[in-house]
Every structure is written in C-alpha cells, then in structure tokens.
Design a protein around this ligand. Sequence first.
Ligand SMILES: Nc1ncnc2c1ncn2[C@@H]1O[C@H](COP(=O)(O)OP(=O)(O)O)[C@@H](O)[C@H]1O
Ligand SMILES: [Mg+2]
Length: 404
Amino acid sequence: MNEMFAEQISWESSEAKIVRHAAILSSQLQQLRSRMYPPAAQKKLRSFLTNEVSSLTTIPSSTLKLMSNEGRGPIPDRLDNNHRAYTLPQINELRAYFAEHKPAEALRFLPRRRAGEHLQVLAISNFKGGSAKTTTSVHLAHYLALYGYRVLAIDLDPQASLSAMFGSQPEVDVGVNETVYAALRYDDHRRPVREVIRKTYFDGIDLIPANLEVMEFEHDTPRALAGRVDDSGGIFFERLRVALRDVDEDYDIVLLDTPPSLGFLTLAAIYAATGMIVTVHPAMLDIASMNQFLLMMGDLIGVLNENGADLQQDFFRYLITRHNPNDQPQAQVVAMLRHLFGTDVLTATAIESTAVEAAGLAKRSLYELEAGQVGRDTHRRAREAIDAVNADILNLIQVSWGRV
Ligand SMILES: Nc1ncnc2c1ncn2[C@@H]1O[C@H](COP(=O)(O)OP(=O)(O)O)[C@@H](O)[C@H]1O
Ligand SMILES: [Mg+2]
C-alpha cells in the first residue's frame, strides 16, 4: 500500500480536521446559546424595588410608600415578601406625575431635552472588534432610559450583536428592508427611518435592528458615487444625518453601535454624530489598532471636509474598556493614554468583570440582572464602575445641552 494513503487514513488532513472542528464547535456553541438564551425567549424587563426607584427618580422612598398606600400614582405589585415592585413604565408614570405636580422642579423628574437642546447622536466606535462597543452601547442605552431619557439605539453592525441584546434575532425577526439600510439606500425602496424603528421591551428605548443587509450600503455607495445619484438623501456621509432629521423630536439621545470597520457606514455614523466615544481596551495591540483607526479616520474626515462636509461634534472621548487595574501592562497603557490625551480619556473606566460577561451571555446588561444571577459583590462592583462611566457620558451630554 502506498505510504501516503496509509498516512491519510491514520492522519486526518488539515482540511478535514478544520471542517470537523468547526462542526463540533458550532453545535456546542448552539447548545450553549440555547441554554443561556432559549430561542423562543421573550425579553422582559425586571421590576424595581422602592429604593432603586427612589435613586433613579430622586423621589424619596418614604414619599413612594405613602403614595402607594394612599393609592396615588401607579400602584406597584407586591412581591412575596410584601416589597413593592415597580415596572419601568410605572417609574416613568411617576416621573410624569411629579413633573406635572412640581413644575418648578420638572427637569429634575423629567430630564428630557428642552427647546434649544439639540438631539444627541453618539457614535460608539473603534474598528477593533472586542473593544466593548456593543457592551458600552447597551449599558449606556439602559442607563439613559432608566434615568428617564428617550433613546433610539441603531445597530450598524451586520453582526447585529446590539439587536441580539434587545432580543431580536437577525435571521428570524428582521426581514428585508427592515434595517437602517432601508433609510439610507439610493433606490426607490428607500423608506423613512421611522418605518424601521421598533419599540423594545425596555420602556424608553427604540431600536433599529441590523442584519447582514446593512453591508449593502458598502456595495451601493461606490456605484452611487460613480453614477452621481442625486436624490434627497444626500451624499453617502450625509445620509444617516439626513434620515435622522425625521425623528429628531422623538428622542433625546441616539446611540450608534458601529461595525468594527471603517467603511462608508461608519463614516456616515461619524458624520451624523454630535459626540463620539472611542472604546479602547488597554493593551498594546489594541492601541496600535486604534492608532490605525485614528489615522484613517483623520484622512477620511479630511476628505469629507474638502467635499464640503462640516463635522460638528460636541465631544470626542476615549473610554477604557475591559479594564483590569491590577494588570501591570494594562496600567502602563492606561497611564500612557492619560499622559498623551489628558482629559480626552474619560476618568471612569469600564472595569473588566465576570458579571458583565455573564450578563452578556444571557443577553442582559448589568441593569437587568436579578439578585442571585451573579455574586452580589461582583455585581455591585461592576455596576458601580459602569454607572460611573455612564454618568461621565451623561455629563458630557448635559454640558453640550448647556445644563452644566
Ligand atoms: N467590562 C467587561 N468585563 C468583562 N467582559 C466584557 C466587558 N466588556 C465587554 N466584555 C466582553 O467582551 C466581549 C466583546 O465585547 P463587545 O461589546 O461585543 O465588543 P465589540 O462590540 O467592540 O466587538 C463580549 O463577550 C463582552 O461580554
Ligand atoms: Mg459589537
């Protein structure tokens, strides 16, 4: 028998092995996924205890209890231990109630933007995958909604991980012409952005989900440029900004979760953005990659500007993500970034935490975890860190509204 043939029998070819391993992994991952998040699962937001409602709304716990006893305002459910449990829609009812009854302090209870305060469009960017863009977007969206802001989250990534966090399954739930691409495309099938916006299970957050379709924008744009398509949607980089004008009045903050690439869609996001958060994991390789990102972005913005674009951003900040303060090499990178960029690096950092990871696997944010899902101290520490990050970003928003 030929020696090579014998070898093929006992030694699997690399090709066969790769195919086999991929199949094993796919099935394992599928099992893991359906265990963590059953395909038929409907996302539902947990309820909130009096203390938490009080800290979200600044309404004293004693007032909340009194109101519920007197039957004023929304009536919370009672848990087995008789504790009051409010839904987020009820919390928002309380906000409206207090804003109406104490008009002098309305802004404190209902912090939505006022006349003269422009819609905030925040792009969460970096073309390094795994720099926590989606995690940052989800936590920020949840935080803002919990504090009473109206949020539109737009998934610009064909991988659709943000959509998945909101319980949307790209293959099943998102049909043809139901992503942001529908509002950006250059042909007759273009739709008003409002038509692709969906309500989510999270009161105060609407979503434009993604699937692979959003990539079409990358294919269409060169053709549109070559063919000098001239419709009311604007040049490629203006199209998202133009599309959003239709819903300007409906939201306080639009969050753009961008794909890990610097394509036409990411450029449109950067152009639409009034503020930008570049997420950066403090490791040398990630910094090198971010450097590339900045160089390319600088070049491209230069080209946009030459073409009459006017980039109007209120802020541009770096956010350190998946930060492990006990890791010496990471500490050096963080120190370097702070030295080089000073206050352009947000003070708060997104601490690396198993709570975030575990929550992510269950398609949840830290704000959604119920007691007992991860260790209480782990959860509390992670939540404090992420709260601080979100508070920093909310502060930037407030500053650009001229409130602080
Ligand atoms: N603070 C954190 N602690 C632990 N894991 C994190 C943290 N932030 C993100 N991750 C995990 O890192 C992975 C990549 O995050 P993701 O937000 O999807 O990145 P990107 O959108 O930039 O590709 C995810 O598995 C996520 O759960
Ligand atoms: Mg992502």
